[in-house]
Write a protein that binds this ligand. Structure first.
Ligand SMILES: Cc1ncc(COP(=O)(O)O)c(C=O)c1O
Length: 359
């Protein structure tokens, strides 16, 4: 049987059908429908945040955040992330300037951020990589000193707390992804957690073509709305979060027990809680990584090279840049399969294969 990097949680079919019946009865399938509004409210309670705006994807949420906050010219961001963090900037005419990472926590290094800021920088876009909190205090102090906006790409940080409070409360806006591979999902989807009250309404218009009312279109918008079927999936998955988290923690702990003495993983911050979304391992060389990856693939096990390549090496980035620490880690890091469905036996097959190949 094939084991992928993750397996999408599919909630109870009958429960989902009940929501589908509601959609058919209402005849309301999209455009800020009742299930989207219900999910926004329930997520706001669950996450302990105020303004949750659901979108069609995490990428759409990032792009909306940049527009709502008026980003332009240059933004300082991390080279170690999923490509959408950077491509969403470029697609909106904002040039990404990369600040290298801390090679242990894998998050952006505030000292490097400071070095990259110029008079043309308008924002910092850090990522809570694999749910590990960035250096929030340092980032926010830099942003205040230079009058910059902060948009956290929190695609991996669903449910993570920073010093006992939702990490999503930080920054002008934090952005989540609810893609099917994520801890909590709506098939495709995402959300903006808008902490700057002045841009809550604007963000709502922006995801609906910039329309404020039937006769008013004050700003340039796009179509980034979530539909009712996706919200229905989210409502069902949200009910299952305790089970999802418990099973993922079990998988994570078993990897830790089997591998942590022979393979380094990401160094976790003590002031952020864990959501067990990813288990990355860092090899001594890319050659070893490839050897292990090949052996796993031969057994139909498919870990992913999260994140490779380092985003500062993308061909469309101008000006050309080079972040040595991110490039080095990107070549040596592999993220292992983790899902609520991964059994102990399946996992033993994965760890045994890795251990044998390292001998
Ligand atoms: C760090 C990060 N940012 C942004 C995204 C984009 O989210 P989506 O796939 O929902 O557009 C992802 C998705 O995988 C991600 O991992």
């Amino acid at each position: 049987m094939r084991i992928d990097i993750t397996k999408t949680w599919l909630p109870d079919r009958k429960k989902f059908d009940t929501y589908v019946d509601i959609i058919y009865k209402n005849g309301w399938v999209t455009n800020n429908g009742p299930l989207v509004r219900e999910l926004e409210e329930r997520l706001s309670d669950y996450l302990g945040v105020e303004d949750v705006i659901l979108t069609s994807s995490g990428t759409a949420a990032l792009e909306t955040a940049y527009r709502a906050l008026g980003l332009r010219d240059f933004a300082v961001t991390t080279p170690f992330s999923f490509v959408a963090t950077t491509s969403s900037l470029v697609a909106n005419g904002i040039k990404p300037i990369f600040a290298d990472i801390d090679p242990e926590t894998l998050t952006i290094d505030p000292e490097q951020i400071e070095k990259q800021i110029t008079a043309h920088t308008t924002a910092i876009v850090p990522v809570h990589v694999f749910g590990n909190a960035c250096e929030i205090d340092a980032i926010e102090s830099i942003a205040r000193r230079h009058s910059l906006k902060v948009i956290y790409d929190a695609a991996h940080a669903f449910g993570v707390e920073f010093r006992g409070e939702s990490i999503l409360k930080r920054g002008d806006i934090s952005v989540l992804s609810f893609h099917a591979t994520k801890l909590f999902h709506t098939i495709e989807g995402g959300a903006l957690i808008v902490n700057d009250k002045r841009v809550v309404q604007k963000s709502r218009y922006l995801i609906n073509f910039g329309i404020e009312g039937p006769e008013s279109i004050p700003s340039l918008g796009t179509n980034a709305k979530m539909n009712e079927f996706e919200a229905a999936m989210g409502l069902c998955v949200l009910d299952d979060m305790d089970t999802i988290l418990q099973r993922r923690e079990e998988v994570y702990r078993r990897y830790e027990k089997a591998l942590s003495s022979i393979l380094p993983t990401q160094k976790r911050k003590s002031d952020s809680s864990m959501n067990f979304a990813y288990y990355p391992v860092i090899f001594e060389s890319e050659e070893t990584l490839k050897r292990v990856q090949r052996a796993l693939n031969e057994k139909s096990i498919y870990p992913r090279r999260y994140f490779y390549p380092s985003l500062d090496s993308l061909s469309y980035i101008e000006p050309k840049q080079y972040c040595p620490l991110s490039r080095d880690i990107s070549c040596r890091i592999l993220t292992l399969p983790i899902s609520p469905y991964l059994s102990e036996d399946m996992q033993k097959g994965i760890t045994k294969c890795i251990i044998e190949k390292l001998r």
